[in-house]
Design a protein around this ligand. Structure first.
Ligand SMILES: C[S@@+](CC[C@H](N)C(=O)[O-])C[C@H]1O[C@@H](n2cnc3c(N)ncnc32)[C@H](O)[C@@H]1O
Length: 184
């Protein structure tokens, strides 16, 4: 599967009709090529085009382009979102299973086991402008690791997570190049 196939599978005539039905300019619609390409890059970076079926959870999935691509690649993928009528409508339209769940106090609040947990373009490590300290990162990592299956992977991107390395070092295998990846 190539990016063009992904684009065709997502941007159907029905998707374009849905886009037209919203009066406001919504960047995830108007910049869909960019966002779909970005989600495709994450999938490639995580080798999802080569790996056997994985169970994937995408926290704060927005429109759900990433879990949609995961499903197109044969994986089982779902997401979480805040209550947002637009996101929830688009999730349903794309057949993306995304529950409304607010991550709070460093906890994701989902039960179940996943092979891969992702989070892209979220400010989840900032609380009213203050960044999580090492202890708060530890709480988040313990919660996420509990939700991962054996050898599972947590992958995300956040801007300058200053204290994350302190929480990770000596406890997990990790790679911070490009995407932050931490293995159970
Ligand atoms: C900037 S959008 C990013 C969407 C998508 N991950 C992407 O890369 O395009 C932020 C997303 O995070 C979700 N979000 C923000 N705070 C959250 C929280 N505390 N718990 C769960 N989701 C949250 C919003 O609902 C929204 O879907």
């Amino acid at each position: 599967m190539q990016l063009e196939d992904v684009y065709k599978a997502i941007v159907t005539p029905e998707f374009l009709d849905l886009e037209k039905s919203f009066m406001d300019n919504v960047k995830y619609f108007s910049d869909k090529e960019k966002h779909i390409k970005r989600a495709w890059k994450y999938a490639k970076k995580l080798n999802l085009d080569e790996l056997p079926r994985k169970r994937i959870l995408d926290i704060g999935t927005g429109f759900g382009y990433f879990p949609k691509i995961c499903s197109l690649l044969g994986h089982t993928a779902e997401g979480t979102n805040l209550k947002n009528p637009l996101f929830n409508i688009v999730n349903r339209h794309m057949n993306v299973d995304a529950c409304i769940r607010k991550m709070d106090d460093q906890r994701i609040f989902i039960s179940g086991k996943y092979d891969i947990i992702t989070a892209f373009q979220l400010c989840f490590h900032k609380n009213e402008g203050r960044e999580w300290n090492a202890y708060e990162w530890e709480v988040f990592l313990r919660n996420a690791m509990d939700m991962l299956s054996k050898d599972g992977l947590l992958a995300f991107e956040v801007n300058r997570p200053r204290f994350l390395k302190e929480a990770v070092r000596g406890n997990y295998h990790y790679d911070f190049k490009g995407l932050i990846r931490i293995w159970k």
